[in-house]
Design a protein around this ligand. Sequence first.
Ligand code: GLC
Length: 564
Amino acid sequence: MRLTRTSDLWWKNAVVYCLDVETYQDSDGDGTGDFAGLTQRIDHLVRLGVTCVWLMPFYPTRERDDGYDITDFYAVDPRLGTLGDFTEFVRTARDRGIRVIADLVVNHTSDHHPWFQDARSSRTSKYRDWYVWCDSPPEDGPEGVVFPDVEKSVWEHDETTGQYYLHRFYKQQPDLNVANPAVRDEIARIMGFWTQLGLSGFRVDAVPFLLETDGQEDADQLPDPHEYLADLRAFLGRRSGDAVLLGEVNLPYPDTAKFFGDSESSRGDELTMCFDFIGMQRMYLSMARGEAAPLAAALRERPAAPRDAHWATFVRNHDELTLDKLDDDERAEVFAAFGPDKDMQLYDRGLRRRLPPMVDGDRRRVELAYSLLFSLPGTPVLFYGEEIGMGENLAAEGRQAVRTPMQWTPDKSGGFTAGEGVELPNPVATGAFGPTKVNAHDQAHDPASPLGRMRTLIERYRETPELAWGDYRVIDTDDPGVLVHLSSLEGGAVLVLHNFSERSVTASVEVPGLRGGRLLTDVFTGDTLKSAAAGLVDVALDPYGYRWLRVNTPLDDPDRATAV
Ligand code: GLC
């Protein structure tokens, strides 16, 4: 008999919360957030219902890419604290039921990393082969720079040794050469080090780039990238049974699904979770159009994750809100609806805005998005500040617009720091979404506030195992504004409806297996409604409204709800 709902699959109904130590809470008044400050804020995370914190890079860095350019993989950036502060945080979080994972950024290092310093010193240096070099950029080499505003090529000429090195991201981030076994061993050592200090896994940065060896002379030394990823997962599993790999893979669905380990050559055991970039982008298209169809189509197209894997869902992450998987017209629609000014857009592919300002602070539309986050199948991942409805600050450069200090109180710095006149990592948001209007303190005891509402959504999500553990199907309705899905598990079922339109609607929904005259209970209000005829239920929804309805009696044939 197979095990289906063992508690070691903790990540299946986790609530992941991404934060940057630098911008979360400063404890010593120097203007930079630190581990000691973060540790003081654990109660906020516990009350919110977070079960897993994802730490953005906290390692020593040159700060060319907000910490994603690392100069030492085995240390904590002194501005943020010490290894001691780090372990105190992990220990305290664990004690309060929160696991901690962190960014694993091993596609590249900083150009100031000692390995690269050595590598570029001569063609015969010890670390030369840890990076990717060529005499002239190969024709079949990788194409496409990630930061097109600054970089024109992925190859940079290095004066000292007269060769070019590969950098997928900024030129200050030379790519490591995973075809080199010594590099692969080192990556495992890095993972081993941090799991030994208590981490429960990693958010793996830029996975497809990490595994890519196109155009490299020694590409054949890496027999199969998926096999390598499976090796890393196996290594992690040996070191720490509950550890996960949450992967950043922004590719079309069939390609992304391969990273779960379902390709023939792999052992079917690679990333534990992959972010659903496509579902996220289609959700915005649905919101822009007031129509359920784009998101419904994504949910139907999305390959099922293997049994012990899961998709990870999100409303926005720490980068630009990328719309790269929409076509040009669709992207233009989302830009027009949610970020019409050039300054709100980034790299022609995304938005550097947070959701509340995008919808002019319309609470109904904001809640719709978070109800989707917690009710659609997949592990929800929040970005700090979403729980209180923070906005962006466009005065900050590029992606930094959405990485402003967390707003704890109505103070000038949002209670982020007690320091006067100190320099902050990014400017605090201002105006309608600044700290006087939006802060955790004022919302903490108000169930109707964004924070109160987010807590309720999280509570209901955790109380409704069908959502995280069950099978689901998207159900057609007669109203184009309404998305309906049914999640079922062992005879229990929840019918979930979202109204993307600004109209009040009554949707007629055909629920397979539901008999006539059966009760459904609204999990938020406790109100009940009855199925009219066999298999049919009429549900009223407010403009941008949503409802999660528990089907009180088992469906006749729950197996019918397994196919999408
Ligand atoms: C990932 C990160 C991004 C970073 C890049 C390079 O895409 O999400 O913030 O700039 O990798 O490490």
